[in-house]
Write a protein that binds this ligand. Structure first.
Ligand SMILES: Cc1ncc(COP(=O)(O)O)c(C=O)c1O
Length: 436
């Protein structure tokens, strides 16, 4: 008979950041380590694992705005729900209800991360789905209104949706930013009209790290009962967010940006907000998002939220100091470098640096050969030769925008890694300059 009781939420012991994965021989039990799982059932698994460890020891991963490494304690929290705790959380039997209980604990953890009530959290498949649900789902609040207010520097997850709305007859205002990526909040608020159905904007920019002032941008719309959506995919888990004091209606989060798993996210929906579900099915998530929940992912997101709350202040100091060092050293050593958004309020982990006259793609390839992972703008638009729409919106000259590299750091980076990037980068840029 299945005997698990709901009981208390599982809590995980704090784990020191460690990038290495145990080999099976080193693992305390063959089923208790992430490394052992990696090795299971794979031919030559031990050597593959050694290669992986060697790679992880040498790679400098500075692409954390694309995604972050899952914390070991998050993996541990998830594993039972990928193995023996497999019931459907909607099932009425005890087995299902145990999963339901753990999922509700995770809902509480994610709610606490942003100062929400648990019932205001809807789990989704990630940032993109949350944003789609927020924008499309809130248009029925004022069904006759046909104006949407947004900015010129949104992530494609928001941009593509508003572009589609525009194609369907909505009037969409893409409010411009200045040279540093800042928005003029007065100009923004002046664009609100009696026909505005929704105001939607990004909190921390994924490319430049520039942070918008939510209070100043959201207040006027919120007071006029216009729903306000904030894309906090890059800020949740890194910056302090308190929706109980923010004048906002909807906030999108993505677990994999703060050391949780990929494919899971959440949408904060303020109490008593009418939201039209976009995925219809069973009545999951309070009828707001149909489909059997990704229980393991949700529980992982809860554990990642817990770790983010616990470590936020320390990580902010530690990672911020490394980012500042990287920037000041690159600016000192490379006379043609410029930091995009330097004059704006920025999130502590992101640095977008342009190397005038060089192509980002070429720089990224040489960096990758040197074991350094970075990115040019948004990960999903890498490979395109179009300069980033964010840098274009900032009025940055095309030649400078073409050579923009995004370095994004996390708690797993070390001072030694930053030193090695600072040592490697100038020589690599000289090589490229000599070729052009
Ligand atoms: C600001 C921002 N919004 C939304 C997303 C999309 O999130 P996801 O990858 O979880 O769909 C991202 C991911 O890069 C992002 O940086």
């Amino acid at each position: 008979m299945y005997q698990k009781q709901g009981g208390r939420c599982r809590s995980q012991p704090p784990t020191a950041p460690d990038r290495r994965v145990d080999t099976p021989a080193e693992a305390s039990s063959p089923l208790s380590s992430h490394g052992a799982r990696l090795a299971d059932g794979v031919n030559g698994a031990e050597s593959a694992l050694q290669m992986y460890n060697t790679m992880m020891e040498t790679v400098v991963y500075l692409d954390n705005n694309a995604t972050t490494r899952v914390l070991p304690e998050v993996v541990e929290a998830m594993l039972p729900f990928l193995r023996e705790e497999y019931a459907n959380p909607s099932s009425v039997h005890q087995f299902g209800q145990f999963i339901r209980h753990q999922m509700e604990c995770a809902r509480g953890q994610v709610a606490r991360l942003i100062g929400a009530q648990p019932r205001e959290i809807v789990f989704t498949s990630g940032g993109t789905e949350s944003i789609n649900l927020a924008i499309r789902g809130s248009l029925d609040i004022h069904p006759t209104r046909r104006h949407v207010l947004t900015t010129a520097v949104e992530h494609p997850a928001g941009l593509r949706v508003t572009e589609q709305l525009k194609a369907r007859g909505y009037e969409v205002d893409y409010v411009a930013v200045d040279r540093e990526g800042r928005i003029d909040e007065e100009e923004w608020s002046a664009r609100l009209t009696d026909r505005t159905a929704l105001a939607t904007f990004i909190h921390a920019n994924n490319e430049t790290g520039v942070v918008f002032d939510v209070e100043r941008m959201a207040r006027a719309a919120f007071e006029r009962q216009i729903p306000v959506h904030v894309d906090a995919a890059q800020s949740a888990g890194k910056l302090a967010i308190d929706v109980s004091s923010w004048p906002v209606t909807l906030v999108s989060l993505a677990a994999h940006k703060f050391h949780g798993p990929k494919g899971v996210g959440a949408l904060y929906v303020r109490r008593r907000t009418r939201l039209t579900p976009q995925i219809l099915g069973g009545g999951q998530e309070g009828e707001r998002r149909g489909g059997t929940e990704n229980a393991a992912g949700i529980i992982g997101m809860g554990a990642a939220a817990e770790a983010a709350m616990r470590d936020r202040e320390q990580i902010t100091q530690q990672v911020g100091a490394m980012r500042d060092l990287l920037e000041s050293e690159v600016l000192r050593l490379v006379p043609f470098a410029q930091v995009n958004g330097l004059g704006a309020d920025r999130i502590y982990n992101t640095s977008n640096i342009s190397f005038a006259g060089l192509e980002a793609e070429a720089i990224l390839i040489l960096l990758s050969e040197a074991g350094i992972c970075a990115s040019s703008g948004a990960a999903c638009s890498s490979g395109s030769l179009e300069p980033s729409h964010v840098l274009q919106a900032m009025g940055i000259d095309e030649k400078i925008a073409h050579g923009a590299i995004r370095f994004s750091l996390s708690r797993f980076n070390t001072r030694e890694e930053i030193d090695s990037v600072v040592e490697t980068l100038p020589g690599l840029l000289s090589k490229l300059t000599a070729l052009t």
